[in-house]
Each structure stands twice: as structure tokens, then as C-alpha cells.
Write a protein that binds this ligand. Structure first.
Ligand SMILES: *Cc1c(COP(=O)(O)O)cnc(C)c1O
Length: 377
């Protein structure tokens, strides 16, 4: 059996080595390192893949979130609602822009932001909602868009973990994650479902006017050379990363399907297992792209399981071990512990198993056998 890794970038690289090397070589030969043809081509390719009008590439996913919020013209003191159970980047940029983060609880079924909790948190100062499509599955966008419309709020999708996933509306229509809200941010960090070989990110929107604003914000607030109309930032996707992404994008659906199939095998093996709750997902394979495969361990022994798996050569992760509202940087005496029942419980129960495009059956069998062995000890 191959050594088990949390993410196997090397294995994935082997299959696309020639294409990637040729593209990188071409960038080196043309020496168009910034805003070269590969950046433009990747932008176009991603627009058509997502069926979205505008993709604005930038330097990383955190920048993408920040730039999206800058482009919407949010003002200091505006309240922005987001999930308590996510990576800190989301709340970080809200705070950085002097907006007021309002963290709310999530659902225990899909780990995504709770609609009831959003509703309760809306005040006259609320200006935006940032749903995070956690672990590869969309938040309840239909309900979120309805709430946003009712209260006149912007919706900024944090799509760093769900690129390529689809969301199905009640009437059966589907849209790609990141094309439903007013604007979305994604990350091309190497371990993300569409990862480059360094840092990268992008913003998506169907709004022409907003897209124009965002293209200036990423480039020092310039719309005309050396005319700075708004305060901007410097955030660029470089050509070498765009060349890597361009080589990987045609494989994204196959990568996501490989993850889904691995997830199904995990669930098949673990669904009857006592003290283990497998993640909930539908049998529409396009709806979950499994950035992470996350179990809940309900007998209070999650940390012992982490240790046990590690001792058996199986890496695993705890995403996320601390709710954001209990992080020093983001704690606030406005918050009441009773509002965060689910997050407070999930941080003690969750464990993410190895998940990537190169997992084989032997590895999955070995991993699941060790989980079963542990809970039956
Ligand atoms: C990875 C990630 C980000 C940040 O992306 P970077 O490219 O690392 O800046 C933001 N939000 C979520 C949910 C993420 O998983």
C-alpha cells in the first residue's frame, strides 16, 4: 500500500506533468510573468466553466474576500454575518476593514451557516451575509438569497472549499457554487480542489458594474494608468500559477468525482459504525466536492482517535478545533454561549480523514478498518 497522505499533490502532478511543464516553460520563454496571456486565458476558461460573467483573478483567497467587500462599498460599522465554524480568513477580512463581524451558529447536518441563526442576527446595521460552503457543499443558498432580498443585504459566497460544486434550487435548476450570490471569493491554495503551485485566488460576479469596480480595486484603484480613483490593493495572480491552473481546470470535474467516490466508499464502510456520524450528502454527485470528508465522533474520544490513526500511519485533521467566537481576536461580549450550541459541540467531535484525488481502495479500506477497530476497542 502506498503511504497515506492527507493530500497527495505529488501523485496528482505525475498525471499532468507534461502539460504543466510545457505551460510553465512557455511562460518562461515569453517572460510575461504578470498579466500575461495565461492569466487572461485562465480567466476566460473559468468564466465559461462556472457560467459566470466575470472572473477577477487575484493573489489568494483571503485577498479575494477582502476585495469583494471593498468593491461592495461596505462602510466601517456595517455588520456582516458569517459562520462561527470556518477558517479564520472569512472573519479576519471583515474585521480588517473595520466592519463588524457577527458570528452565528451552523447546522449540525451539513456544518453550514444556520438560516435561523442568520435571521435572528439581522439588525438595521446588517449589510451583508458571507455563507461559507464548508468542506465542499453549498450552504442553503435559496433561503439565504431570499433573506438577503427581504432585508436588502449583499451575499458574498466564500467558495474557497467548493469550487466546481453545484447547488440545486427547489425548482430543479442548478448553479455552480460561487455564482449565486452578488459576488464570491475563491482560493487556489495548493490543497484546495483546484489548487495552483503557490498562492492564488479569484473573485466571481455576474454584475458588470461591480466587476469593473473590482478590477480597479485589485490594481491600486486604477481604472486609467496612474489615475487612482479608489483606494485599492495590489493583488495579482501570476502567470506561472495561471499556467498551472489552466492545465488543471480541464480535470476539475474528474478530480471532484474522484473525491466523491472516495467519500462514498468511506461512508459505505462507516455508516453503521457506532459513535460515528458520517457526513450528510445527496446522491447527486455534483452537489458535494468533498474538500474534506469529515466525521463526527460522538463518544467523546475524538482526540484519542486522532492519536490512534496517527500511530497507525494515517494522517487526519481537526477542522476546526476552536469556534471563531472563542478566538482571542474575534471574541466579543455581545456573544452569548447559548447561541453557539452546534459549533461548540462540533469542535469537540469533528475529524477529517485523508481526502484527495489519488486515494485508492486499499488505503480507504485500511483507514476505515482502523476507525472501526478504534470505536470497537
Ligand atoms: C483557504 C480558505 C480561505 C483563504 O484562502 P487563501 O488562499 O489561503 O488566502 C478562505 N476561506 C476558506 C473557507 C478557506 O478554506
Amino acid at each position: 500500500m502506498k503511504k497515506i497522505q492527507m493530500v497527495d499533490l505529488k501523485g496528482q502532478y505525475e498525471a499532468i506533468k507534461d502539460t504543466v511543464k510545457n505551460s510553465i516553460d512557455e511562460v518562461l520563454e515569453t517572460s510575461a510573468f504578470i498579466n500575461g496571456p495565461y492569466v487572461h486565458q485562465f480567466q476566460k476558461d473559468l468564466e465559461s466553466y462556472l457560467d459566470v460573467k466575470h472572473v477577477i483573478p487575484c493573489a489568494n483567497g483571503t485577498d479575494a474576500l477582502q476585495i469583494a467587500m471593498m468593491g461592495l462599498g461596505l462602510k466601517p460599522g456595517d455588520e456582516v454575518i458569517t459562520a462561527d465554524f470556518t477558517f479564520a480568513a472569512t472573519v479576519e477580512v471583515i474585521a480588517l476593514l473595520n466592519l463588524t463581524p457577527v458570528l452565528v451558529d451552523v447546522n449540525e447536518e451539513d456544518f453550514n451557516i444556520s438560516i435561523e441563526a442568520i435571521e435572528k442576527a439581522i439588525t438595521p446595521k446588517t449589510k451583508a451575509i458571507v455563507p461559507v460552503h464548508l468542506f465542499g457543499q453549498c450552504a442553503n443558498m435559496e433561503a439565504i438569497m431570499k433573506l438577503a432580498e427581504k432585508h436588502n443585504l449583499f451575499v458574498i459566497e466564500d467558495n474557497a472549499q467548493a469550487i466546481g460544486a453545484s447547488y440545486t434550487f427547489e425548482d430543479g435548476t442548478q448553479k455552480k457554487a460561487g455564482t449565486i450570490g452578488h459576488v464570491a471569493a475563491t482560493s487556489f491554495f495548493p490543497s484546495k480542489n483546484l489548487g495552483c503551485y503557490g498562492d492564488g485566488g479569484a473573485i466571481f460576479t455576474n454584475d458588470d458594474k461591480l466587476a469593473h469596480t473590482l478590477r480597479g480595486v485589485v490594481n491600486h484603484g486604477m481604472y486609467e494608468r496612474y489615475h487612482h480613483d479608489v483606494v485599492g490593493v495590489n493583488s495579482r495572480l501570476d502567470s506561472i500559477q495561471a499556467a498551472v491552473l489552466g492545465a488543471k481546470l480541464p480535470n476539475l470535474d474528474a478530480y471532484n468525482e474522484a473525491r466523491y467516490l472516495a467519500a462514498k466508499k468511506y461512508t459505505e464502510a462507516l455508516k453503521e459504525c457506532e459513535h460515528v456520524i458520517t457526513p450528510s450528502f445527496s446522491d447527486k454527485k455534483e452537489e458535494h466536492v468533498f474538500h474534506q470528508y469529515t466525521l463526527r465522533i460522538t463518544n467523546g474520544k475524538r482526540d484519542d482517535l486522532v492519536k490512534y490513526l496517527n500511530e497507525n500511519g494515517i494522517p487526519c485533521g481537526v477542522y476546526y478545533p476552536i469556534p471563531l467566537h472563542l478566538q482571542k481576536a474575534y471574541s466579543d461580549n455581545r456573544y452569548n454561549e447559548s447561541e453557539f450550541k452546534t459549533t461548540n459541540q462540533l469542535v469537540k467531535e469533528v475529524i477529517s480523514l485523508p481526502m484527495h484525488t489519488e486515494l485508492d481502495d486499499d488505503q480507504i479500506d485500511f483507514i476505515t478498518s482502523k476507525v472501526i477497530e478504534f470505536v470497537n476497542r
